[in-house]
Each structure stands twice: as C-alpha cells, then as structure tokens.
Design a protein around this ligand. Structure first.
Ligand SMILES: [Zn+2]
Length: 99
C-alpha cells in the first residue's frame, strides 16, 4: 500500500547509499545511458565548483558547489545513482546484526 510521508522517511536509505566510498557508487547518464563508478567520471573543478561529466558523452551529470552556506549538489543529466553490484543493502539495522 502506497503511503505519503515526509522526506524524513528516506533518511535511512540515503545514509545507506552514502555509507561506503562514494566514488564507487554507479552513476547512470540520462543522456547516453552509460553506467560506471563515480570515480571514473570526468571532473572539471575550480575553487567554487566541480562539474561532473559523463566520460562517454561529456554531458554534465551533476555539479557540486562549494558555497558560503555549505556544499550543494545540482543535478543535471544524472539519471541514477546506485550502489555497485554486490554491495550490501541499506536496510536499517543491517550493520547492527551481531554487535
Ligand atoms: Zn553520457
């Protein structure tokens, strides 16, 4: 059954997604469909921004901004960001098993 809740409900999933090395997350380009680890993308950077581009088609996947108020991510052609195959899931409490 579908439920409508607020964004606090996805805190566990997002924490799970970024728990491991973020450069190993698989990015899928919405322009050409290429998929690969974030660490394999092309990044153009200066003191204020890092533009992350698809290595296959060079479209901007997303931009990381270092602004006075803090870091921000502006999504562009990034269609999907996912854990690499074989990565443990993000079910809450999974890491607590056996502690
Ligand atoms: Zn692409």
């Amino acid at each position: 059954m579908m439920q409508i809740v607020d964004g606090n409900a996805i805190a566990g999933e997002l924490s799970g997604l970024f728990r491991a090395d973020p450069t190993m997350l698989v990015a899928v380009c919405g322009e050409c469909g290429a998929a690969g680890p974030l660490g394999g993308t092309m990044v153009e950077r200066d003191d204020f921004a890092a533009i992350v581009r698809c290595r296959s088609c060079t479209h901007t996947l997303f931009t990381v901004l270092d602004e006075p108020g803090g870091l921000a991510v502006v999504i562009a052609s990034l269609a999907r960001l996912q854990q690499p195959a074989g990565q443990p899931g993000d079910e809450p409490g999974r890491d607590e098993v056996g502690r």
